[in-house]
Design a protein around this ligand. Structure first.
Ligand SMILES: [Zn+2]
Length: 207
């Protein structure tokens, strides 16, 4: 126990990855141009602390989806959501295919006027390698995507640990609530001129 308290964050992460994960740290579908941009986004001071950990894990392909974890037989690697009928819970499944999440993306995308949210690729979710910015700021798109993922991940964990199913409506409301908070903190911190430039192209409020 004393070891954990004195261990550096980097070392602790390395131990966790070696002990619990099937594969070592690796980036997937990440050409070097995306890596540079992605690392810049990952280290942006605009990412609030509460979202950072999950963002880091996703960047490195290390969300605790069942297919990533050791000590599970093939039957135990299925998505915890009943509607998925035991389909393998890979990073792709969680980010791109799980129907609960895609419904959330559709609803949030429509609410914030970013319909592209529903069709993001793995590289866009993980590294912020957005193919089209649509006149928006790349880091803001990344920020919005990681707030969405934070809530879909928490909703997924409630299913796997407590068998609790949050309605899509509630998850969407929580996402919009956090987006409003993140945006207003940036308005306070950066001033209206700079913040409105960074948040251009988005329009939303808490329902
Ligand atoms: Zn699923």
């Amino acid at each position: 126990m004393w070891e954990i308290r004195t261990m550096s964050r980097k070392l602790l992460d390395k131990r966790v990855l070696l002990t619990h994960f099937q594969k070592p740290l690796a980036l997937r579908d990440c050409p070097s141009r995306d890596l540079g941009v992605g690392l810049g986004l990952l280290n942006s001071i605009r990412i609030p602390l509460k979202f950072w950990d999950l963002t880091w894990r996703c960047f490195h392909g290390k969300l605790c989806v069942r297919d990533n974890l050791k000590c599970r037989s093939s039957e135990e690697r299925g998505c915890p959501r009943e509607e998925c009928g035991g389909l393998l819970e890979s990073m792709d499944h969680f980010l791109l295919q799980c129907p609960f999440n895609t419904e959330v993306y559709n609803r949030v995308g429509a609410s914030i006027h970013w319909p592209g949210l529903a069709g993001l690729s793995y590289a866009e979710w993980a590294y912020g390698a957005f193919r089209g910015l649509g006149g928006r700021d790349r880091c803001t798109l990344f920020l919005v995507s990681l707030v969405v993922r934070y809530h879909t991940w928490n909703a997924r964990c409630l299913v796997s640990t407590q068998r609790k199913i949050l309605p899509v409506d509630e998850v969407v409301r929580n996402i919009l609530g956090d987006l409003v908070k993140v945006r207003s903190l940036e308005y306070e911190r950066l001033g209206t001129g700079r913040a409105s430039l960074l948040w251009r192209g988005f329009s939303f409020s808490v329902p």
